[in-house]
Design a protein around this ligand. Structure first.
Ligand code: ATP
Length: 494
């Protein structure tokens, strides 16, 4: 649950990434013809390929590389008691207040953190720390009146109206609710799941028994989650409908420290293997722990707006299973043959947002470079330096011209390669324009069929990152693309 705060920072690189995502079919605002729906987005024809590749890479890393991790796909709608047991009904809320003049709504802790950032920037680090300590204490005590007093005492103003004319602070629950059943009198209120984890917890014994799983074992799931985020900005970083990739690892109580460290290391390594640079990744230990955790760390990525959470690793103890046991009155215990004992397992959770991972890869890949065009003029080149294994399109096949049988020859290569890879065929526009277009989509290889191809069955392969061109036999293409774009090379590093 919420800990790392985000600030609405506008910056030009980020703006460029957002425009690029829209212009080249990666991400569109939802229902755009009606002016969009705040903090809801759709993935376009290239975005969905990139996202699916990232998800597949995670899924296989979990379920294929570990014999003791299996997957499930639970429903979004769950029995409402689930969210009572998990603590979401009681405490999944953010403290919000409105400015009466601008009518803008703010998260109290974010206003205070922005203020302390400014204090720090003005050389008042000690004072900033005092305010943060006070804020953390008030948040822990759920003292909303105290929080407001602190905001007033610090003379914090609304950035829009410039006034300190605040409403009182109220807790807003982040869960979306809806009605189950058509008739109002029969209907009961249910929630869209705010995390995928609970679908795993309520199924843990089903999986354990039917799969004859022995502890330690894990259950992985990819699926939608919904949060009525009040302050939803920064593009797909904070959405109201998003996708999580979560894995709950069930372990013997007492071994949590060791497994927590192991998963912390494993997950960071995974992000590096996918090509995110080490210097843009860092751990951020939680000081204030969520109600269910005895240790928690975020893996943060350096987005253009700063280091922010991309993945959370939590040692969730036996909190969830014990609460489900109490509320459902169904035993959630595991019989451990090795020690002849029944117990409720402890859980280590790894939870990464597919959308934040996507955004991290898009931001990291976006590259502007000075290059030289075919006529020798210096020109800016924009390309997406995506890891070839996650790039939406693996190779583009072009006939140099539209005549002399070149399209037919190129189409034959396309028809052959499409059986193994997501490839594309293009014959419109000059070769230079076609290269540029593929660069903008992050396609690692462009394959050009020219007159020489008709004589000796060789083609030019042009590489996205270096723009180097190489002549290769058609018969070598499959192995070349396979080697460069296979997820196997990522998995070998794990
Ligand atoms: P934050 O503090 O940024 O709100 P969180 O700590 O509430 O995030 P978790 O509950 O730990 O997030 O969820 C796990 C992961 O799900 C996060 O690391 C993030 O990648 C993703 N996630 C959470 N909320 C959102 C959201 N509103 N939009 C997109 N991804 C999200």
């Amino acid at each position: 649950m919420s800990s790392t705060k985000t600030a609405p920072v506008e910056n030009s690189v980020f703006q460029k990434v957002i425009s690029h995502a829209k212009e080249y079919g990666f991400v569109f605002p939802s229902s755009e013809i009606y002016d969009g729906l705040a903090a809801v987005y759709d993935y376009g024809q290239n975005g969905v390929e990139l996202k699916n590749n990232l998800k597949m890479c995670w899924w296989k890393s979990m379920t294929q590389l570990h014999d003791n991790i299996v997957g499930i796909d639970a429903a979004i709608l769950m029995h409402p008691k689930t969210w009572v047991a998990s603590g979401h009904v009681a405490s999944f809320a953010d403290p919000m207040l409105d400015n009466k003049d601008s009518k803008k709504r703010y998260r109290a802790d974010q206003l205070l953190e922005k203020h302390t950032d400014e204090l720090k920037a003005n050389g008042q680090a000690e004072k900033a720390q005092q305010v943060l300590d006070e804020m953390n204490k008030l948040l822990t005590d759920n003292d909303l009146k105290g929080l407001l007093d602190l905001i007033i005492a610090e003379k914090i103003k609304c950035p829009l109206s410039g006034t300190a004319n605040w409403t009182e602070i109220r807790q807003f629950n982040l869960m979306f609710s809806t009605q189950l059943g058509a008739m109002a009198e029969e209907a009961s209120e249910i929630y869209l799941r705010p995390e995928t984890a609970q679908g795993i917890f309520v199924n843990y014994l089903n999986v354990q028994k039917t799969g004859r799983m022995k502890l330690p074992f894990g259950i992985a799931q990819i699926g939608k989650a919904f949060r009525n985020e009040i302050v939803a900005r920064q593009f797909i970083f904070r959405m109201r409908e998003f996708e999580q990739m979560e894995m709950q690892f069930f372990i013997q109580p007492g071994t949590q420290k060791e497994w927590y460290e192991k998963w912390k290391t494993t997950r960071l390594k995974w992000h590096k293997a996918l090509g995110l640079p080490a210097e843009k990744l860092q751990y951020h230990d939680h000081v204030k722990l969520a109600h269910y955790a005895d240790a928690a760390v975020d893996i943060e990525f350096e987005f253009p707006f700063g280091f922010k959470e991309m993945e959370g690793i939590h040692s969730r103890t036996d909190f969830d299973l014990t609460e489900h046991e109490k509320l459902s009155k169904k035993k959630q215990q595991y019989y451990d043959n090795d020690i002849n004992k029944n117990y409720v397992p402890y859980v280590i959770e790894t939870s990464v947002g597919a959308d934040r991972l996507f955004l991290a890869h898009l931001c990291n890949a976006y590259t502007e470079e000075q290059g030289v065009d075919a006529d020798g003029n210096t020109k800016e080149r924009i390309f997406l330096k995506l890891h070839p294994a996650v790039a939406p399109i693996k190779a583009a096949i072009f006939p140099l011209t539209k005549k002399d049988g070149l399209p037919e020859k190129a189409m034959k290569i396309f028809d052959d390669l499409k059986l193994d890879f997501k490839v594309t065929y293009e014959e419109k526009d000059s070769i230079g324009k076609r290269y540029t277009r593929q660069d903008l989509l992050g396609t690692p290889f462009c394959i050009t069929v020219d007159h020489q191809t008709l004589e000796d069955d060789t083609v030019t392969v042009r590489y996205r990152d270096t723009v180097v061109q190489e002549r290769l036999p058609i018969s070598a293409l499959r192995a070349k693309i396979e080697h460069e774009t296979s997820m196997k090379r990522i998995f070998e590093q794990l």
